[in-house]
Design a protein around this ligand. Structure first.
Ligand SMILES: *Cc1c(COP(=O)(O)O)cnc(C)c1O
Length: 379
């Protein structure tokens, strides 16, 4: 039995909005206002959030949709990508990045990642671009910005689109500009645990291209610009007004929340020096990191997690199985070992607790628990 287990309350991977009583009350008030007006679908709250989100991202337009997955699907549909087309996605991401490609009837091609940053680069994507390729979907994984300029150049040279999956990187900047607005289209998720999270599912597409914005807007609501005038075949994929109201409140705190995440990361970086884990490389020049996750690497990862659990520290795996090794993509027939960086990451990564409400004493407890791990002693 560990001597550290009784040090204090367990540290969860994440604490949500009820942790902050003032914020919780403000959010309840925002939800009540929507409910009292019974204005649940589109309308003023969604319009206002779309304007505020576009302005925040530095994009000409934002369209609120029902999830991050739907944001990716509608972005690909707006680009008229479908059966027979290929889209390059990272093998090292949440499965939704690939699912969106499959859902429009196209074929995902899986790119390996840079072993240090865990994100795709022009070098890992370029070999997959062929005659059928219609788009690249880089993911700003864990909140770290992808090296976009060479990927944008690659896309331009090939005459294809670049769709940013910014579901983990709300507010992150690349060479001074917010992510999402740098590609042809950018897609966000407002799943509750994301850096900007709703009280349920939600998402957004941002773009500077008015024609693409118009298509996404039509697609998310049955092809309607005017009620019952269905110009194209769309779907039900609107952002709920209640979620828009919640997001408007939380957007006002996003910069501060991201700043706290960066500060927690700096504290972890310093406190973990000399421990038996490799901390994530800090962002390099021109890059940003909004630390959706703080992911360390350790060859004895499972023993490390068991040790942290014994000390009352929760950990996560983002993600335990590379997308091309999941049952869902069994048929993609990507041979084991062909994406070595992604596969090595899946074996060695470990996400530590990371959320703005993490206290300095909790950070110290987590770091102590990591230092107490002895890889030779097997924990
Ligand atoms: C969360 C996430 C998505 C999907 O968002 P949902 O809102 O859960 O549909 C897509 N891509 C990445 C990288 C994500 O982390």
């Amino acid at each position: 039995m560990s001597t550290f287990a009784v040090d204090g309350a367990p540290v969860p991977l994440m604490r949500m909005d009820h942790d902050d009583e003032a914020l919780f009350r403000e959010l309840m008030g925002a939800v009540e206002q929507v409910a009292r007006r019974s204005a649940f679908t589109l309308g003023a709250e969604v319009d206002a959030f779309e304007r505020e989100w576009a302005a925040f991202c530095g994009a000409a337009d934002a369209i609120g949709v029902s999830s991050g997955t739907e944001a990716l699907v509608l972005a690909l549909r707006a680009l008229e990508i479908g059966p027979g087309d290929e889209v390059v996605v990272p093998a090292n991401s949440f499965i939704a990045t690939a699912e969106a490609v499959s859902l429009v009837g196209a074929t995902p091609r899986f790119a390996d990642v840079d072993p240090a940053t865990a994100t795709v680069t022009a070098a890992t994507v370029a070999p997959l671009i062929g005659a059928r390729t219609r788009a690249i979907v880089p993911v700003h994984l864990y909140g770290r910005t992808v090296e976009l300029d060479p990927l944008l150049e690659l896309a331009r040279g090939a005459g294809i689109a670049l769709v940013e999956d910014a579901a983990q990187a709300h507010g992150a900047r690349y060479r001074g500009q917010r992510v999402g607005a740098l590609g042809t289209l950018g897609c966000f998720s407002f799943y509750p645990a994301k850096n900007l999270g709703a009280w349920g599912d939600g998402g957004a597409v941002v773009t500077d291209d008015p024609a693409l914005a118009e298509r996404v807007r039509l697609l998310r609501a049955h092809g309607e610009a005017v009620r019952y005038e269905h110009r194209i075949v769309g779907t039900t994929a609107r952002l709920d007004a209640i979620q828009a109201a919640v997001l408007r409140v939380k957007l006002r705190r996003l910069e501060q929340a991201n700043a706290r995440r960066r500060e927690i990361a700096r504290q972890f970086d310093a406190a973990l020096a000399g421990a038996a884990v490799v901390p994530p490389p800090p962002p390099s020049d021109g890059h940003d990191h909004v630390y959706h996750q703080y992911v360390v690497r350790c060859e004895q990862r499972d023993a490390l997690r068991a040790q942290l659990a014994a000390h009352g520290v929760a950990t996560g795996l983002h993600y335990p199985t590379p997308i091309h090794r999941t049952g869902a993509y069994r048929d993609a027939a990507v041979a084991e070992g062909s994406l070595p960086a992604t596969e090595a990451l899946a074996r060695t990564i470990c996400s530590l607790p990371m959320f703005p409400g993490l206290s300095d004493s909790e950070i110290a407890r987590i770091a102590d628990a990591v230092h107490a791990f002895d890889p030779q002693g097997g924990g």
